[in-house]
Ligand binder design. Structure first.
Ligand code: SAH
Ligand code: SF4
Length: 441
């Protein structure tokens, strides 16, 4: 979602005459779009700001200007404290008010230091300009579209409900219009995003409510779209119509990111996740019935307060039973203001480290095995860009694996059939297969 937000900020400021640069030293304006989910991410901001402050001072000594903005969830959570901790920061703007950046920047030019962290999510989407065809093209054939923001779940470890605010779904027509514009400019894969994307419940022009499954069905009808994905889902909102959509909509990729966090019912309860391990396994079973080639990925937290060795072993057992194509796993990080952080039974750092290492070893084995099992199969690849070597093109498998083949650049934006010949640790190598050749085989 931060990638999407950063893109929209770039669109917005493009209209004000700003252009993006990859070189900090060239920038008149630097925006740090920040993440507050774990302490490590949040702390990085202040060391980054320290470096920028030096640059700003040098710049100002030679009579040139540099404005520094802190956006995102650290801005939301820490607000004015950011201005206090780092004098060089000009503006602090939250994830639901960044559409006001042009106005705020005008005020900052007059020397004011401001904070805007209002939850104005509906105004935000109305105020943001759509990107030009050239901007869309420059960003490639795969794009994100935010359909839902915020969260009402209050898992006891998580800051998102406090930093992104309450659950809000965008109207169907807005999403269709934004998607149409992307597809008309050459985008071929759309990933619908939201903190709780499968809790999506948006209204159409008649005021009727649509589920995520209905929305996916509508977008799948759009000419030019080749692939649809959605992320991130919560197990509790994994409705049967969404599971059925995996059978009914061939464009919907058979790869579902469904965070489980823990394999222990006791810990899940303490985390306020509102589902059990059995519920989770049942969802996977129903998904596999709907779409037998579906693969799963997940998020895990180890060392939640009170997690015993037995609880952790239950997580390892769940991973062995479910089997994941890829995953993200983290040590529990106490976040200010969340119930988990208040608990007295915090887990030792050393124990967390050892559990994370064991879990990541198992998850990595599963990822490698999943990749290795692709060798010998013929799969669809959406080509996205030229490969590293001359005459090569690169793309993604249905399971988000990077795939390289020898092939013509005009296949970028197309889905090709590829026979996988080798699996490296981070990508697959394949050979383009013609329809005739595949039919013979
Ligand atoms: N809405 C999604 C995920 C949002 S945050 C969901 O409900 O699953 C992304 C991931 O960050 C989470 O799935 C969780 O694994 C991790 N995370 C969130 N808070 C954390 C914390 N305090 N410590 C460690 N990991 C955390
Ligand atoms: Fe955080 Fe996701 Fe739980 Fe919401 S559902 S509180 S975003 S982990």
């Amino acid at each position: 979602m931060n990638v999407y937000d950063a893109t929209r900020m770039a669109d917005l400021l493009g209209r004000e005459g700003y252009a993006e640069t990859a070189d900090e030293a060239e920038a008149d304006l630097v925006i740090l779009n920040t993440c507050h989910i774990r302490e490590k991410a949040a702390e990085k901001i202040y060391s980054e700001l320290g470096k920028l402050a030096l640059e700003k001072r040098e710049r100002e000594a030679s009579g040139r200007e540099m404005k520094i903005v802190v956006a995102g969830c650290v801005a939301q959570a820490e607000g004015e404290e950011v201005l206090r901790r780092q004098r060089a920061v000009d503006l602090v703007v939250g994830p639901q008010s960044y559409h006001r950046l042009p106005d705020l920047l005008k005020q900052a030019k007059g020397g004011q230091r401001l904070t805007d962290t209002e939850f104005a999510v509906e105004d935000k989407f109305d105020a943001l300009p759509q990107p030009s065809r050239a901007q869309i093209r420059a960003r490639g054939v795969s794009a994100f579209v935010t359909v839902q923001e915020g969260c009402d779940k209050f898992c006891s470890f998580c800051v998102v409900p406090y930093t992104r605010g309450a659950e809000v779904s965008r109207p169907v027509t807005d999403i269709v219009a934004e998607t149409r514009r992307l597809v008309d400019a050459g985008v071929r894969e759309i990933t619908l995003i939201g903190q709780n994307v499968n809790a999506y419940c948006g209204v159409d022009e008649k005021g009727a409510e649509w589920s995520l499954a209905s929305l996916l069905g509508r977008l799948a009808e759009m000419q030019g779209i080749k692939r649809l994905r959605y992320t991130t889902s919560h197990p509790v909102d994994m409705a049967q119509d969404l599971i059925d959509a995996h059978e009914a909509i061939p464009k919907l990729m058979p790869f579902v990111h469904l965070p489980v966090q823990s394999g222990s019912d006791r810990v899940l309860k303490a985390m306020n996740r509102k589902h059990t391990v059995a519920d989770y396994l049942d969802i996977i079973a129903r998904l596999r019935r709907a779409r037998p080639d579906v693969a799963m990925s997940s998020d895990f937290i180890v060392g939640f307060p009170g997690e015993t060795d037995e609880d952790f072993e239950a997580t390892m057992a769940l991973v062995r039973e479910a089997g994941f194509a890829s995953s993200f796993s983290f040590k529990y990080s106490p976040r200010p203001g969340t119930p988990g952080a208040e608990r007295a039974d915090q887990i030792d750092e050393e124990v967390k480290r050892a559990r994370l290492a064991a879990l990541q070893t198992l998850l990595e084995e599963q990822r490698q095995a999943f990749n290795a099992a692709m060798v010998g199969k013929t799969i669809d690849v959406l080509f996205e860009k030229p490969g590293r070597h001359e005459g090569q093109i690169g793309g993604k498998s249905p399971y988000m694996q990077a795939v390289h083949v020898s092939g013509p650049a005009d296949m970028i934006g197309e889905v090709g059939r590829v026979a996988i010949v080798a699996a490296g640790s981070n990508s697959l190598a394949g050979r383009l297969v013609s329809a005739g050749e595949e039919a013979k085989a």
